[in-house]
Design a protein. Structure first.
Lengths: 491, 99
């Protein structure tokens, strides 16, 4: 029998409708592969009974001709999305045993379209991290290894469970979230495709909040087409999220064809960093050349404020987090460490419940918002952010897309970067500007480095430019023809 | 601006995170490392720039003035307290706060 887990959403869709296999068979094949891959630590929780039940519903609908767009497609859900009745912990001890009584809008949309949920995927605690090492469940292991080595590598973060599960074929596609690069960087490190949509494109309702003006949900999938199919289902206006945009959702799959002929694509010169591996620079140039060969006009552009994006982010994101995470106080949900004094109870609960990176960010956030420092840090950062957003908007007056690398390095070993917080933060240097500006970005596999590890290229577009971005990504994907797979050493 | 021991303790208290005295030196070092790196924002000319207040240009929506139904609506105390560590008769139970 063919390996059902090797198929893309597109292939599953046609096989299911032609009744070559059933949704139940596909779901069971994925559950088996997920169980066999427990060493990768991608899932924090599988929900097999739930999944099989959903698959049976899908089979009935396929049989009676009422199949929905994602009918019977098995997905993994980042454990930051609230799923009704199914434990959701955001990889934090402080949300121990938390069982949401409601379903997030994005996962509701996927269920509405017939998707099957296999279980919840690991992540950095509260999505704060770039390596998945801050998870209370321990790190996720990248299915990719350096040639001839068995060193455990990080799958990136914070959506490391999502990227690993997609790359190792433990789900057909996954939900993820991106606050500073948490979809695109892990996608780049695992040879998967990740989309961070325009701010407001997907509802944030029911997603455990990290930094509300930056958080945005999106898919990680195997190829550009699958990511477009996922985004079409995930996106949409939601009255429960006042920042969600009332604007019709196009069928993104229909936007793929058409090529880049006549498009103007910018290469931001400030993204050429000192000390960046030459292989990344070569792949970047190769990507530009491939787009040019297909009729795009390549121009160099300048974004001089680029280097300030990360420092702005590390004021704004912790500030918003310190406010959002104030709700974890041992009263309403999750962990409580008892003390007779209520303030002591708060302090002990939060000390015990939050990991070190989260505590660090909460303290930074509290400090930059505190009396006497607000103007110097937070207000200044929001002004620089405005300048960065204006700079991006003005570049997009001139070009349709920007082409950049997705991350400054290939996958790194666990523990290699976790000692210095600032070094870890630099992982998001190419991705974070899109979060500050609220604009969309996509990362797709571009090639392998000398050690056999995948590297990604990123396309950035102006706000609500997802269609042109996907058209560019699809053309680039076709031209690159990336088809490497990790060896299934964990089986 | 660099944090001293007293400020680290004050910030931890404001963030309601209990820290031990022996944690203060390394926390101070980490926080100062991050703040030192952030300091480069002082170079940027922000004269006359308005602070960013919304990410995507849009009007703030007004909702109709009616009680919501569904998960954000009222009349569901059992759901509200469903995940609380300690409850009694649909109330959250906390240590005594009034002397």
């Amino acid at each position: 029998m063919t390996d059902l887990t090797a198929k893309t959403i597109t292939e599953l869709r046609s096989g299911l409708s032609a009744k070559e296999f059933s949704a139940e068979e596909v779901t069971k094949a994925y559950l088996q592969s997920a169980e066999d891959a427990s060493e990768l630590n991608a899932y924090v929780r599988l929900t097999p009974e739930h999944a099989v039940e959903q698959a049976k519903v899908s089979d009935r609908r396929i049989a009676d001709g009422s199949a929905r767009p994602l009918e019977g497609i098995p997905l993994g859900i980042k454990d930051l999305f609230c799923t009704k009745g199914i434990e959701t912990n955001a990889a934090s001890k402080i949300l121990k045993d938390f069982r949401p009584v409601y379903e997030s809008t994005v996962t509701s949309n996927l269920l509405r379209d017939g998707a099957v949920f296999l279980g919840k995927l690991n992540l950095d605690e509260f999505a704060m991290g770039s390596s998945n090492e801050t998870s209370a469940y321990g790190p996720v292991i990248n299915p990719w290894r350096r040639a001839g080595e068995d060193t455990k590598l990080s799958p990136g973060g914070s959506s490391g469970g999502s990227s690993t599960a997609v790359a190792a074929h433990l789900c057909a596609a996954a939900t993820a979230t991106d606050t500073g690069g948490s979809i695109r960087q892990p996608a780049a490190l695992t040879a998967t495709v990740g989309i961070k949509p325009t701010y407001g494109r997907c509802s944030r309702w029911g997603i455990v909040a990290f930094a509300s003006s930056l958080d945005q949900a999106g898919p990680i999938a195997r190829d550009v087409r699958d990511s477009a199919i996922m985004l079409t289902s995930m996106a949409g206006h939601d009255p429960e999220d006042s920042t969600s945009i009332e604007r019709p959702v196009p069928d993104y799959e229909k936007a793929l064809e058409g090529g880049v002929k006549g498009m103007k694509i910018g290469i931001p010169k400030e993204y050429r960093l000192d000390g960046m591996p030459s292989e990344i620079d070569e792949l970047w140039q190769k990507g530009a050349k491939l787009l040019e060969e297909q009729g795009a006009e390549i121009v160099e552009v300048s974004l001089p404020l680029t280097k300030y994006a990360l420092p702005v982010y590390y004021i704004v994101a912790p500030a918003e987090a310190s406010s959002n995470l104030a709700r974890y106080d041992g009263v309403k949900y999750g962990l409580r460490v008892h003390d007779d004094d209520i303030h002591e109870m708060y302090r002990k609960t939060r000390a015990e419940g939050f990991g070190r990176e989260v505590q660090r960010r909460l303290m930074i956030g509290t400090y930059v918002l505190s009396a006497g420092y607000y103007d110097a840090y937070y207000l200044r950062a929001q002004k620089v952010r405005k300048k960065i957003a204006n700079e991006m908007a003005s570049v997009f007056q001139d070009v349709d897309l920007l082409l950049t690398p997705s991350s400054p390095s290939a996958a790194f070993g666990l523990g290699e970067k976790s000692t210095d917080p600032v070094e870890m933060y630099l992982n998001d240097v190419f991705t974070v500007t899109a979060n500050l500006a609220g604009t969309p970005g996509i990362s797709l596999p571009a090639g392998l480095d000398g050690q056999g590890l995948p590297l990604g290229l990123q396309l950035l577009a102006p706000a609500f430019g997802e269609e042109q971005m996907l058209r560019g990504a699809y053309a680039l994907e076709e031209a690159i023809g990336f088809d490497a797979q990790p060896s299934k050493w964990w089986k | 601006m660099s944090l001293d021991d007293a400020t680290v303790k004050k910030v931890a208290n404001l963030a309601r995170i209990a820290i031990r005295d022996e944690d203060v030196p390394h926390l101070k070092e980490e926080l100062n490392g991050i703040l030192g790196w952030i300091e480069q924002l002082q170079e940027v000319d922000i004269e006359g720039v308005e602070a960013m207040t919304s990410v995507v240009e849009t009007d703030i929506p007004m909702r109709t003035d009616i009680t919501a139904d569904g998960p954000t609506g009222g009349g569901q105390p059992e759901n509200i307290v469903a995940n609380a560590p300690k409850t009694e008769d649909h109330f959250f139970v906390v240590p005594k706060v009034v002397e």
